[in-house]
Ligand binder design. Structure first.
Ligand SMILES: [Zn+2]
Length: 122
């Protein structure tokens, strides 16, 4: 039993370590991307915001609660600090408070997909 627990602990350590390594690599790539091709953000198009609202069924992409006009932000899945731009597949609607509490966190899967998309268009 002790061996099994030790093995589980080592597997968890390895998993954490490889995740951290992957994330560090992604951050490095996003910095390089920012240097060679910084995202330029243009103002929102009303129809894009309306389409997002419809596709999200009027629900916040972070907490799933109903959105209202007075409390709604365009949230970037990959934040500007990681080089994220205003591409349609990088934005979603969220409550202002949900967007603020998320700050500059990023899902590594979103970041990887985003970097791949940007890379294909460099
Ligand atoms: Zn919310």
């Amino acid at each position: 039993m002790a061996d099994l627990r030790d093995l589980q602990r080592r597997a968890a350590d390895l998993e954490r370590e490889s995740f951290n390594n992957l994330f560090a690599l992604l951050v490095e790539c996003s910095q390089i991307l920012k240097d060679i091709a910084p995202a330029r953000r243009r103002p929102w198009l009303l129809n894009v915001v309306q389409e997002l609202y419809k596709s999200q069924n009027g629900l916040c992409s972070i907490c799933n609660g109903p959105l209202s006009l007075g409390d709604m932000d365009v949230d970037h899945k990959v934040p500007f600090s990681y080089g994220g731009g205003n591409e349609r597949n990088n934005i979603q609607l969220a409550h202002s408070s949900c967007n603020r509490s998320k700050q500059a966190q990023v899902d590594p899967h979103d970041l990887l997909r985003y970097l791949e998309d940007r890379y294909m268009n460099l």
